[in-house]
Design a protein around this ligand. Structure first.
Ligand code: IPM
Ligand code: MG
Length: 358
């Protein structure tokens, strides 16, 4: 049996993770699922967003199926007493530096996109975001009074090996796709941006000249994403820019609720199996939590990514992805992606359509 840690967390994370687990269990009856508390759900119980028992569960698991963390009740809490701290600590603890966020428009959802159909039909790009460094983790990091003025400091830091390893992920991925990497930085202003660009350029020249590489400044990249998204293949970027650009890219597919992600480290085990954390990028969505109406596509497609990377089961991953596409082409919609006369299904009804398509 393969143990998968299931960490539903907060808000809609609970609803979408439950159905994603059902789908994964159907495709992989050899998996056992063990639940742990994270985020506000853990803070409420244990006073910490990432209890030792949860970390221990993750340590003995092959991979983590993650829901969401975030709760407005903790908006004013200190850094390590915030729900979000759990996901940051998991990334750091397991050195999960490669956050892979496929942004694909599922045929049938063209009308749900924020852009007109002709701009998004056939959209298929991947954001490769660095997730263990940059502004999120750089030291010093504090809020204190300096010369009588309350002052907050975050540090944007990148070290050469951190840039090299994430660039490698992007180039390798591009080789299996349309062989094009767009690296995004702020090299016109930031020291870290200049180092980023220099190292990505060096890696390309050394080992990946078969892949086409170009560089965009982040403000320009944000604009190009809504001007001509079809031209992107692999979009490589640092932690904060990747957080922002992946939400922007998500809306091109019709809803943030459609976007899965895999966060991987470097260790590759037996038969290509990799430990990883799989999470919908949509967050906890407190405004609709508990109503049973959340879109579970991102969570279900995250389970597919778990199949692909952690279980090294490409066929299982493809089965789940095809089942989601079939449900959509048969007219299944949740509220966020229903347009015009389309009837909105609940989270569980939508998942039932996916299970039926399996
Ligand atoms: C994401 C989320 C997280 C991030 C939050 C919850 C800390 O927005 O995975 O994109 O900023 O990385
Ligand atoms: Mg985000």
């Amino acid at each position: 049996m393969t143990t998968i840690a299931v960490l539903p967390g907060d808000g809609i994370g609970v609803e979408v993770t439950a159905v994603a687990q059902d789908v994964l269990a159907r495709v992989r009856p050899d998996c056992t699922f063990e639940r742990g508390f994270v985020g506000a759900a853990a803070l409420d119980r244990d006073g910490t967003p990432l209890p030792a028992a949860t970390l221990a569960l993750c340590e003995r698991s092959a991979g983590i199926l993650f829901g969401a963390v975030g709760d407005p009740r903790y908006d004013h809490a200190a850094g390590d007493r915030r729900p979000e701290y759990a996901i940051l600590q998991l990334r750091k603890h397991f050195d999960l530096y490669a956050n892979v966020r496929p942004v694909a428009l599922i045929p049938g959802l063209e009308a749900a996109s924020s852009l007109r159909e002709e701009f998004v039909r056939g959209l298929d790009l991947v954001v490769v975001r660095e997730t263990t460094s940059g502004l999120y983790f750089g030291e010093p990091k504090y809020t204190r009074e300096i010369e009588g003025v309350e002052t907050a400091v975050d540090t944007l830091i990148y070290r050469v090996p951190e840039i090299e390893r994430i660039a490698q992920v992007a180039f390798e991925l591009a080789r299996r796709r349309r062989e094009r990497v767009t690296s995004v930085d702020k090299a016109n202003v930031l020291e870290s941006g200049r180092l980023w660009r220099r190292i990505v350029t060096k890696m390309h020249a050394l080992a990946y000249t078969d892949v086409e590489l170009d560089h965009l400044l982040v403000d320009n990249a944000a604009m190009q994403l809504v001007r001509d998204p079809l031209k992107f293949d692999v979009l490589l970027t640092e932690n904060t820019f990747g957080d922002i650009l992946s939400d922007e890219a998500g809306m091109l597919t019709g809803s943030l609720g459609n976007l899965p992600s895999a966060t991987l480290g470097s260790s590759v085990g037996e038969a290509g199996r990799r430990f990883g954390l799989y999470e919908p990028i949509s967050g906890s969505a407190p405004d609709i939590a508990g109503q049973g109406i959340a879109n579970p596509i991102a969570a279900i497609l995250s389970a597919a990514l778990l199949c692909r990377y952690t279980l090294a089961d490409e066929a299982g991953a493809a089965r789940i992805e095809t089942a989601v596409a079939t449900a959509i082409s048969n007219g299944a919609r949740t509220r966020d992606i229903a347009r015009g006369e389309e009837r909105a299904l609940s989270t569980v009804e939508f998942a039932d359509r996916v299970l039926a398509a399996l």
